[in-house]
Design a protein around this ligand. Sequence first.
Ligand code: SF4
Length: 381
Amino acid sequence: MNKNQIVMIHGTDYVQMTVDLLEAIHLDEIIGAHSRRVALKPNLLHPDKAENGAVTHPELVEGVLRYLGEHHFSNVCVMEGAWVGARTSQAVEVSGVADICRKYQVPFLDLQKDSSYVCDACGMQLKLCSEVAKTDFLINLPVLKGHCQTRITCAMKNAKGVIPNSEKRRFHTLGLHKPIAHLNTVLPPQLVLVDNICGDLNFEEGGNPVVMNRIFACLDPVLCDAYVCECIGYSVDEVPYIPMAARLGAGNADTSGAELVMLNQPSGTLPNMRASRRIQKLEAYTDARDACSACYGSLIFALERLESAGEARGKYEKIRIGQGWKKENDGSGSEPEATGLDKWDGSGIGVGNCTHGCRKHLPGCPPKARDIVEFLKENWQ
Ligand code: SF4
């Protein structure tokens, strides 16, 4: 795997998906010597279950620990410091990560109880927890989420968990963006393994999970977050800490040269999950028939961007999405057979390759939210 790649897997068996993904990228070769100290850093900001969209799924932690055990890495720990106002010890128990650590006999380090040291982060003095200095390789396990202050939160902001509480408070007084960018210049080499299973629509603390059922890996946290912007409908310039970090040399914020490697294609239909009222409101704009969750989630993120900007007002057309809109083509050159006459009136607007029979459709399998926003701005009536 190289720094320009983003490697993605879809599905619902999250432990096995994690193992398969790590096998595919040969994580053992990336880490190097088996004596190296490897630390997993999930996002356990407060006591909650992953299904609510705020914290890392314990299945990802389990998949990584299983992989590292099978590849004979024994100097492994899991570490986290919850946000100010929550206790890490409680967050790790409620999330289920504590049970996984016990099962694999791997220590969990509560960074709220750790000492700290000061380091120079490209001209900014920052305090980091002492355990960071003892880490040779970091496996960053953020949740892909919207965020009410910084718009997105993923790889780079998850690093805030490795600083003491006093420093977290100071970051807020400094407006978050600048210290987050500087913090990401002094972390150990890392793999980012993004929990994109059901991260929240727009709040760090969850409550509006958007099911996408996918996990992806990246070696560059800046590129990762730049890609996340596209996944949930923002441009990179709308999230200042990303270009700032790139200017400081922490990574590459330009996704145009990035290579997306899909280990499999999205499949299946939406899970039977109770949507929040906010998401139900956005769903009212859609006509989904057998939509894959990755596709539908992208549309929901895009609709949130348009709704909050007032650009969904007065739109009457339902947006078609899903495999149920696919026009089957047997390759004979004859007119493809319609799977439902009501679908093939040549009208309507669609998102994703499956809706190619619509009056207008946005190609992609699945398309990114950023592209959906632009497409709907131009074509949605
Ligand atoms: S375009 Fe069709 S097959 Fe592809 S992700 Fe969307 S619904 Fe699934």
